[in-house]
Write a protein that binds this ligand. Structure first.
Ligand SMILES: Cc1cc2nc3c(=O)[nH]c(=O)nc-3n(C[C@H](O)[C@H](O)[C@H](O)COP(=O)(O)O)c2cc1C
Length: 214
């Protein structure tokens, strides 16, 4: 039965990544790949794996959505009291991984995480559709709850209590920014000889580019 799994393999042939094509700055390089991902009809190209770890080294990973990026870093929103929020409070470092299989690419970012300022979280929170705002307020993300009904009743009660008022952003819900320390761009190539270029932040603020073995 498991033989079949071992037989699933794919040769990557679509693109290449060379030092001469790569931008000097990794955010500029990310922007280039991001635009290609968006134009490649990938469903949710902004879905990324976020890996965190407790201070005792226990890792955890889950998907979150990228909500913006610039020279300061990569932005996502979540519940600060969630399991990931607890891990980030203990150990404010994270790894993000994008897998854009339609263009045979992976991007891995490691960095230092901090909360964005409350005004930016407010702005994003209020730009969300009303039902997802109610959901964010009502859901104690990552806690054990007794049933689906319990959650639905909480949303219902909140909606009734607020009437036509808009729910406010709870203090425990907001953005995190991952300030990159390394960014690796991985391009699938034929016969497992993939291209991997890694940018590492240097003391002066510049970026070193190195090729890694696939
Ligand atoms: C496609 C996709 C997008 C998601 N986006 C988010 C997100 O942006 N923020 C978030 O808190 N959870 C998001 N989730 C849910 C998380 O994967 C996870 O279940 C939740 O954040 C709780 O994680 P934790 O218990 O490790 O803190 C998303 C899940 C999927 C599958």
């Amino acid at each position: 039965m498991f033989d079949f799994i071992a037989d699933i393999r794919k040769d990557y042939i679509l693109k290449t990544l060379s030092e001469s094509d790569a931008e000097d700055n990794p955010i500029a390089q990310f922007e280039k790949w991001w635009k290609e991902a968006v134009h490649s009809e990938i469903i949710e190209p902004n879905a990324m794996t976020l890996a965190t770890a407790s201070s005792d080294g226990l890792p955890a990973a889950r998907i979150v959505l990228l909500k913006g990026f610039d020279q300061k870093g990569f932005l996502f929103y979540t519940n600060y009291n969630s399991f990931k929020g607890q891990q980030l409070a203990e150990n404010p470092r994270a790894c993000l991984v994008f897998f854009w299989k339609e263009i045979e690419r992976q991007v891995r970012i490691t960095g230092i995480v901090s909360k964005v300022n409350p005004a930016s979280s407010d702005e994003y929170f209020h730009s969300r559709p009303s039902l997802s705002r109610f959901g964010a307020v009502a859901s104690p993300q990552s806690q054990v709850i007794e049933s689906r009904e319990w959650l639905e009743l909480r949303v219902e009660k909140l909606t009734e209590d607020l009437g036509s008022e808009d729910p406010k952003r709870p203090e425990h819900w907001g953005g995190y920014i991952v300030r990159p320390v390394t960014i690796e761009f991985w391009q699938g190539r034929s016969n497992r000889l993939h291209d991997r270029l890694q940018y590492s932040l240097e003391e002066g603020g510049g970026w070193k580019i190195e090729r890694l073995a696939p």
